[in-house]
Design a protein. Structure first.
Lengths: 220, 273
């Protein structure tokens, strides 16, 4: 065994974590508050839909997924005070009115014949956007100072990927003809259009910006 | 999506057949009467028609689990977070979401067990009595009716089925019922804890909630089907109920309600004879 008294670096050679990150405490809290808001709206809707869906396998999966999003909401609720937001309700808000309109459209389908729309809104639009925003946050935050948020993001992302696959397979099993294809595509396009207006689950900048500064902006 | 979904709108596929409570209680072959059944009431492996009775009970558990899932899900949706009488704490909603997951697993378990017992889904009729208790617009009355009265009944049923599995030499049934029993104790404890916490400074509301629980408990004593006698088909599971936050006096009260329900059922049958 190596000499226990021999000095070693605090960061092992394979540990490449760095201090800088894209988000300060305030911005992290803002994002986390939006995450909590969307996770709450999602688990409430999935729970509410269980009774309205006649397909037994879908009913049971919605019940299972409902809890996962509630647990994510709980993770974010616990993180907020650690980010200096003691009144967690203050930041548990949607990023903008456009996002409220998006969530209204997602939760609008109600009848027993609308299982396809229910699933498409959640699993082909909302959850992919959540995965995108959580991944952006995970890849851009400080890997040392914001490690607790990263841990929660990883837990949430694990669930999101599993549920995305579950939901997509249920959708594929429900689409049996051209009319179904059109129904799914129409609802997806409507919801996608609304979330684009909102800028994503955390508003504009949910997944950063791909705009390259113009020469004038660089010199200004 | 609207708040409070009425029981008649519960979505089911074509296999399911719905039966009204009135029809169920007036069915002389069922729990409300004994004239169509021969032999002792207690479900034992050597009892007449034991396999069919066990299959019917398991199917009843299955549809009860669906409705428990639906009820918990609706509680997630129907109430906003807040301090008002028609609102609930954030943590209560999280508990209901957790219950959704548990009930979904219970559905899966009871489907697998039913299949093993040779039962097809929808083979027995479904009545929506459990979900009806989950439509109360007061969240605390709803939680007390569902999580203390009906989930309490589930404790008694699962404990009875677990014992049936033991005596029938069916380790899979015993294993599954034991796991579901653990979840039900958790759900009843949730109901007991939230009832006490939310009504801590509101004795009137607590009494209304407990009265609603008594009504549900009496209704679902199933004409004396549940009790503490050796021949009771469903045995009151005192120890597990106490683990779930019931006091000894509260269990005594349920036992008395069950006796009363049994006497009333016998009187009704005698009058109709």
């Amino acid at each position: 065994m190596a000499d226990p008294k021999k000095p070693r670096p605090a960061f092992a050679p394979w540990d490449r974590r760095e201090l800088p990150g894209a988000f300060d405490v305030e911005e992290t809290a803002r994002r986390v508050g939006h995450y909590k808001w969307v996770e709450m709206r999602l688990f409430e809707a999935l729970g509410g839909w269980v009774a309205t869906v006649p397909e037994l396998d879908v009913k049971l999966r919605l019940g299972t997924h409902c809890y996962k999003h509630a647990w994510h909401a709980e993770l974010w609720n616990k993180r907020l005070p650690e980010l200096r937001e003691m009144n967690t309700e203050r930041l548990t808000v949607p990023p903008n009115d456009e996002f409220v309109a998006f969530m209204d459209a997602i939760t609008e389908p109600e009848g027993p014949g609308q299982t396809l729309e229910k699933l498409v809104g959640v699993y082909r639009v909302l959850i992919p956007h959540k995965i995108a925003a959580y991944t952006y946050h995970l890849n851009n935050t400080s890997t040392i100072t914001d490690a607790p948020t990263m841990r929660s993001l990883r837990f949430a992302l694990g669930d999101e990927f599993d549920d995305w696959r579950d939901g997509e397979m249920l959708i594929q099993s429900l689409i049996v003809n051209e009319e179904d294809v059109q129904r799914a595509a129409t609802h997806q396009a409507r919801c996608e259009g609304l979330i684009v207006k909102a800028g994503g689950i955390a508003g504009p900048g949910s997944i950063g910006s791909v705009d390259v500064p113009t020469p004038q902006e660089v010199t200004a | 999506m609207k708040k409070i979904l009425p029981p008649e709108e519960l979505a089911r596929d074509a296999r399911f057949v719905r039966l009204s409570m009135e029809d169920r209680f007036n069915d002389r072959r069922g729990a409300g009467g004994t004239s169509g059944r021969t032999g002792p009431m207690k479900l034992t492996p050597d009892a007449p028609q034991a396999p069919d009775r066990a299959r019917a009970l398991m199917h009843g558990i299955f549809v009860g689990e669906i409705q428990a899932l639906e009820g918990a899900g609706r509680t997630c949706w129907d109430f906003e977070v807040g301090p008002g009488a028609d609102e609930v704490p954030f943590a209560l909603k999280l508990d209901m979401a957790r219950q959704c997951w548990d009930e979904a697993r219970h559905c899966e378990i009871s489907i697998k067990l039913s299949d093993w017992m040779g039962t097809e889904l929808g083979e027995f009729a479904e009545s929506t009595f459990l979900y009806e208790a989950a439509c109360n617009p007061d969240p605390i009355l709803r939680l007390t009716g569902v999580n203390r009265a009906l989930e309490g009944l589930a404790i008694d049923v699962f404990n009875t089925m677990r014992e049936f599995g033991q005596s029938a030499g069916d380790p899979v049934l015993e294993f599954c019922e034991d796991w579901m029993l653990a979840d039900e104790v958790t759900h009843v404890k949730m109901g007991s804890d939230w009832l006490r916490r939310i009504t801590e400074n509101d004795p009137d509301r607590r009494e209304r909630a407990l009265e609603f629980q008594r009504i549900v408990d009496k209704l679902f004593s199933l004409g004396g089907f549940r009790g503490e006698g050796d021949d009771s088909p469903i045995r009151l599971a005192r120890r597990f109920r106490e683990m779930a936050g019931f006091t000894t006096e509260e269990v005594d009260e349920i036992s008395d309600l069950s006796k009363q329900a049994g006497e009333e059922a016998r009187a009704r049958l005698a009058a109709n004879a």
